[in-house]
Structure formats: structure tokens, C-alpha cells
Write a protein that binds this ligand. Structure first.
Ligand SMILES: Nc1ncnc2c1ncn2[C@@H]1O[C@H](COP(=O)(O)OP(=O)(O)OP(=O)(O)O)[C@@H](O)[C@H]1O
Ligand SMILES: [Mg+2]
Length: 229
């Protein structure tokens, strides 16, 4: 019998283990993790370096598969989906923000944000409208024609967020999005996430080391040595 409640939670992780096997050595990175993200929730995943935050986010994103356990996105069991199915799910429903922005270096800010819409074959006029709207939302419309190396770290991260939300995903998964930013800029990024949750009905998981940021989130989940603390 499934105990999954698909009405309240957009993400349900249950009994997840992840073991990495390396030349005879096994690393048990996640040890039976149960975890839920509710619709419209801003959740912060905290924990020391090596506690399993990235491993868990990659599994939730369908970028990696658990050694054991199940992950549901809405009512879809990720374990039953093909790699191609997972890629399609990500393209339409999940926005991913990494620790360093991973923008395309030769594209402008505008073109970086536009890229997911090109992949979705959205028309040019619709792309233009949405790119401008989202650049404006993250406060970067005035830097539309800059390339990543002509932007500060915080500005690059805001472009990465605009790129992650351009497809109107249901959920944003952010892996230490403020890891390379100063504390004031980091707070601004978390405030922007807060606004997205409040105004756009997006659900967010943001992994962070920085406990000073967590006063704006709805819920904090701590990982300790591969287990929920
Ligand atoms: N590809 C891999 N192969 C083998 N071991 C790995 C791999 N990726 C992570 N690990 C191990 O799994 C554990 C959890 O790593 P993970 O990257 O999830 O931690 P983290 O909480 O994201 O840490 P950080 O805060 O430093 O980013 C660590 O002990 C790490 O060494
Ligand atoms: Mg990590």
C-alpha cells in the first residue's frame, strides 16, 4: 500500500539510500532519507559539507537514481521513468540553480535566459516577452546584453535564477545558490526566492551552509551524515 499523499506534497522521498561504489570502497551517502516538499513551500536543506545535500538534490531532480527507495514528483514515480522521461520532466517542471551559475560563457544574459525557451521551440515574440519579464523580475533587465564575465557573481546568479524560472517550473532546486556570494547579496537571492514562492506559487528547495539565511524560509531540513537530523 502506498502512503504517498499526492495532494499536499509536490515531492515525496521515501526510504532513499545512495551508495557510491568506488574501486572496492563504498560510500553510503544517504542512509534511508524520508523527505517531503509541500506545494508552495520554501524549504532550506542544511548540513555540513559531505552530509549528502547535493546527492539528495540530484536524486530529487532525476539527475541521479537512488540505490534504494522511492522518489515521487507529484504522482509520478521517478524510479519507473526512463532517462529520457526524466529529462522531459526536468525541462518542463523543474528549474535547477547550481552553486556557481553555470551560464553559457559566449551568450549574453538575455540569450542565456532565452535558451530553455528555444529548446522548447517557443515562438520568437513569446520568447522575447518572457525573457524581458523574467530579467525584470530578477532586477537584471539593464544588463541584458552583458556576457557572464561582464557581470558580478551575484548578477550571474540572478541570471541563472531567471533562466531556471523562465519555463514556469513547478519547483526550483537550488544547490548552494549563494555559496560564492557575500552575505548581503545572498540575502537578496533568498528574498527573491521568497517572492517567487509567494507570487508565482513555485515550490523551492535551497541547500545552504549559511544558517543566517534561513529566517525567510518556511521549513528547515537538516542532513547529518546522510540522515535527516
Ligand atoms: N560521485 C561520487 N562518488 C563517490 N562518492 C561521492 C560522490 N559524490 C559524493 N560522494 C560522497 O558522498 C557524500 C555526500 O556528498 P554530497 O556531495 O552529497 O555532500 P554535500 O552535503 O552536498 O556537501 P557540500 O556541502 O560540500 O557540497 C560525501 O562523503 C562524498 O564524498
Ligand atoms: Mg553539495
Amino acid at each position: 500500500m502506498s502512503k504517498i499523499n499526492t495532494t499536499k506534497n509536490i515531492i515525496n522521498v521515501s526510504g532513499v539510500h545512495r551508495r557510491y561504489e568506488l574501486a572496492g570502497q563504498s560510500v553510503h551517502a544517504l542512509k534511508g532519507v524520508d523527505f517531503q516538499l509541500a506545494y508552495g513551500e520554501f524549504l532550506s536543506l542544511v548540513g555540513r559539507s559531505g552530509s549528502g545535500k547535493t546527492t539528495l538534490l540530484n536524486i530529487v531532480a532525476g539527475l541521479d537514481r537512488p540505490s534504494e527507495g522511492t522518489t515521487y514528483f507529484k504522482d509520478q514515480d521517478l524510479g519507473s521513468m526512463s532517462d529520457e522521461g526524466l529529462a522531459i520532466l526536468r525541462r518542463h517542471h523543474v528549474g535547477i540553480v547550481f552553486q556557481s551559475s553555470a551560464l553559457m560563457p559566449l551568450l549574453t544574459a538575455y540569450e542565456n535566459v532565452e535558451l530553455p525557451l528555444r529548446i522548447q521551440k517557443i515562438s520568437r515574440s513569446e520568447r522575447d516577452r518572457r525573457v524581458k519579464e523574467n530579467l525584470d523580475l530578477v532586477g537584471m533587465i539593464h544588463r541584458a546584453n552583458h556576457r557572464p564575465y561582464e557581470l558580478s557573481g551575484g548578477e550571474q546568479q540572478r541570471i541563472a535564477i531567471a533562466r531556471a524560472i523562465i519555463t514556469s517550473p513547478d519547483v526550483i532546486l537550488a544547490d548552494e545558490p549563494t555559496g560564492e556570494l557575500d552575505s548581503i547579496t545572498a540575502r537578496k537571492i533568498f528574498a527573491l526566492f521568497r517572492d517567487l514562492v509567494n507570487e508565482r506559487d513555485i515550490s523551492i528547495i535551497a541547500a545552504t551552509h549559511d544558517r543566517a539565511l534561513i529566517d525567510v524560509v518556511d521549513k528547515v531540513v537538516e542532513l547529518k551524515d546522510g540522515e535527516i537530523a
